[in-house]
Design a protein around this ligand. Structure first.
Ligand code: TRP
Length: 364
């Protein structure tokens, strides 16, 4: 095992985390943590980034910081192996962002496809907050301050990692080899890359009300599964059905493992056979939905249970985050030492500089 990897990722605290977050990145993080093949691992709550488009709603961000922390712990992230922290508590990130702004052009930011769509979605076209427009630069600071090599994230984060990589290269080219180039770690299955909402719409999003949250009760999850979008042309059980664009099957692609058949649907050997039957006709939506519900409940129940335990001691959650922030700050501060030295703005810790300047003026 090489222990060279530094893993880092984060989430905006704008709501509780849902199963899209889970299959897109959370589940992977816990696996990475448990495999232990890394030097350091950081997972953080990007509250400052959340404020770039929620500047008028700080209370929402504040409330969701603790919800996201609970979701992390509930999923099995373990503070003794992973540094969990809050972005705004690391002032070094602002400092680093400020220097990175010199290395990025306005037109390059305008071309960032994720920012482009987000600007449209938020109706920011006519007046974009500067902080929002430049959040990819601040995200590059998040990643590089911790010398991250590996960023487990969804596909929508690809442009951010590309932008961070460009900043690293430009920095190292101008100021000398200082920063580490990151790489994104995408989910390995297409269904996990972009899990649709329960209504079959492109993406799970709080505003569309099409999410299944990790913290939701078993009843609520079941209700949502039972009313999920399937194939509108599959009216009678005997009708041939479609798998493509059928949300229930997309979720099965993301969640179903071979052992689930033995446990909940022993008439079928595997998912391919289930799909084949649905395509032929004769398999009802309800049966598939009940199967999906059983699988989701099995996966979510331990998460809900752990969440209930952690909720009993909220001050301990804040203590854990405070310790995480201290650890994270130490790492970021050491990167900033390197950055300031490389950029020649380390005036007071460079005895050579002062001697050199003294000589220069003595010669005048
Ligand atoms: N932009 C990410 C999101 O919307 C959150 C985030 C902020 C992030 N900084 C990061 C993710 C650094 C990975 C690495 O979910």
């Amino acid at each position: 095992m090489s222990k060279e990897k530094v893993i880092l990722t984060g989430d905006r605290p704008t709501g509780c985390l849902h199963i899209g977050h889970y299959v897109g990145s959370l589940r992977r993080r816990v696996e990475l943590q448990n495999a232990g093949d890394y030097r350091q691992m950081f997972v953080f709550i990007a509250d400052a980034q959340a404020l770039t488009d929620n500047m008028d709603n700080p209370e929402k961000v504040r409330q969701n910081v603790v919800e996201v922390a609970l979701d992390y712990l509930a999923c099995g992230l373990d503070p003794s192996r992973v540094t969990l922290f809050i972005q705004s508590q690391i002032p070094e990130l602002c400092e680093l962002s400020f220097y990175y702004m010199d290395l990025v052009t306005v037109s390059r930011l305008q071309r960032n496809p994720t920012v482009k769509t987000e600007i449209q979605m938020r109706g920011f076209e006519s007046s974009i907050p500067v902080g929002f427009f430049t959040y990819p630069v601040s995200q590059a600071a998040d990643i590089t301050a911790f010398r991250a090599t590996t960023v487990p994230a969804g596909e929508d984060q690809k442009p951010m990692i590309e932008q961070a990589t460009e900043i690293v290269r430009r920095f190292n080219y101008i100021y000398g080899e200082t920063l580490v180039e990151p790489a994104i770690l995408l989910p390995d299955n297409a269904a996990c890359l972009r899990l649709p909402g329960t209504d079959g719409k492109a993406k799970m999003s709080k505003s569309l009300g099409n999410c299944i949250y990790l913290s939701e009760s078993a009843d609520e999850v079941q209700k949502k599964v039972m009313s999920m979008y399937t194939d509108p042309t599959h009216i009678h059980v005997q009708d041939p059905g479609h798998i493509e664009g059928n949300t229930v099957f997309t979720y099965l692609d993301a969640f179903c493992r071979p052992e689930h058949f033995e446990r909940y649907l022993p008439d079928y050997p595997n998912l391919d056979e289930l799909k084949a039957h649905y395509r032929r006709g004769g398999l009802g939506d309800m049966k598939v939905k009940r199967f999906l519900n059983a699988i989701l409940q099995e996966e979510l129940e331990p998460i809900r249970q752990r969440r209930r335990e952690f909720q009993k001691d909220i001050p301990a959650v804040y203590d854990m985050l405070r310790r995480g922030c201290e650890e994270a700050r130490n790492v970021a501060a050491s990167t900033l030492d390197d950055v300031r030295r490389a950029m020649k703005i380390n005036y007071f810790d460079d005895a050579e500089l002062i001697a050199e300047q003294a000589r220069r003026f003595a010669e005048r």
